[in-house]
Design a protein around this ligand. Structure first.
Ligand code: FE2
Length: 315
């Protein structure tokens, strides 16, 4: 089995890369570099890029990049059925990768050795006065209206009509395990799930890849922001810039993230999140009946069927 430590990047094909870049800059990413084929964008962490907007090709998701912790993982991955040999990545920052495809035919790459960069200066965490703990004395809470600063790529969600095959594939190819599983009627009728990585830190994101029921394809891409104010200000900023919201701001149930979702200019959905759950890699999954109540603890109303179809409400 090969083990992935985290998600590395997502690549999408665009008819108009410049307009996509404008959206993701407003969304909080920073342009890392442009080549004749693509624009590479980063968050504030030390990864050289986490989002690739490619020119041309069939519009939509082009690839999900997963990170390995060493070259041996890539050599092992190259022995899996349908996988490529270990290849040199022809992108800024170099590195090595193995190409493969999910049971639904979605291209994945397991990568290692991409050069890192200096992290961008961090935002100060929001200092909050709570009822019994009030550390903010004589300092005003007056953040200005500005785009978010995306810290990092957190996860992506995919839709599938074959949960079982894709769940097994995520485990066999990347060592991923479910944190929470969604079923309809009985537990042996699983329709979706939230998968965490097992190859990285002592604590890891509740989900790095999520599977939702639906026609095979991408559902959304999610980037972490610093705190609640960053989230709400970013929401207002994107509204002021005329971009189209899907849903939010609210707080999820499974994963607990505070969220909001937006359409990029070619209809792909991007999410900001903050305050997500961390889980130990050995976590055993919980099972949940799919219901509208499983989506959010608070926020604008949303039905599961509309969320899956990416038909939203934003107020
Ligand atoms: Fe998400």
């Amino acid at each position: 089995m090969t083990i992935a430590t985290d998600i590395a990047y997502l690549a999408f094909n665009y008819e108009d890369v410049g307009r996509a870049e404008n959206f993701y800059k407003d969304f909080g990413l920073v342009t890392s570099e442009r080549t004749s084929e693509a624009t590479y964008m980063r968050g504030a962490d030390g990864q050289r890029y986490c989002f690739i907007a490619r020119k041309g090709g069939r519009p939509g998701l082009a690839c999900v990049g997963m990170r390995a912790s060493n070259m041996d993982a890539l050599r092992t991955a190259a022995t899996l059925p349908g996988a490529s040999a270990v290849e040199t990545l022809q992108r800024p920052g170099g590195g090595y990768g193995v190409r493969m495809a999910s049971p639904d035919g979605i291209p994945f790459e397991l990568v290692y050795g991409i050069e890192t960069v200096e992290p961008l200066p961090p935002l100060e965490p929001l200092k909050v006065n709570h009822g019994q703990h009030r550390p903010r004395k004589g300092v005003w809470q007056r953040p200005g209206l500005e785009h978010a600063r995306a810290l990092r790529l957190g996860h992506c969600a995919l839709t599938t009509n074959n949960y079982a095959a894709n769940a097994a594939w995520l485990e066999s190819h990347f060592g991923m395990r479910p944190s929470d599983v969604l079923y309809d009627g009985s537990k042996d009728n699983a329709l979706g799930g939230f998968f965490h990585c097992t190859g990285g830190e002592e604590w890891t994101d509740h989900h790095t890849i999520a599977l939702f029921p639906g026609e095979p394809g991408p559902h959304h891409t999610s980037f972490e922001v610093q705190d609640f104010d960053s989230q709400f200000i970013a929401n207002r900023y994107l509204t002021s810039r005329g971009w189209q919201p899907l849903w939010g701001v609210g707080r999820h149930v499974l994963g607990s993230q505070v969220f909001d979702y937006w359409f990029d200019p070619e209809g792909n959905v991007a999410e900001h999140f903050t305050d997500g759950d961390l889980v130990p890699p050995e976590l055993q999954p919980e099972f949940h009946q799919v219901s509208d109540d499983s989506l959010a603890q608070w926020g604008p109303p949303m039905q599961v069927i509309d969320f899956i179809r990416r038909k939203g409400v934003s107020t």
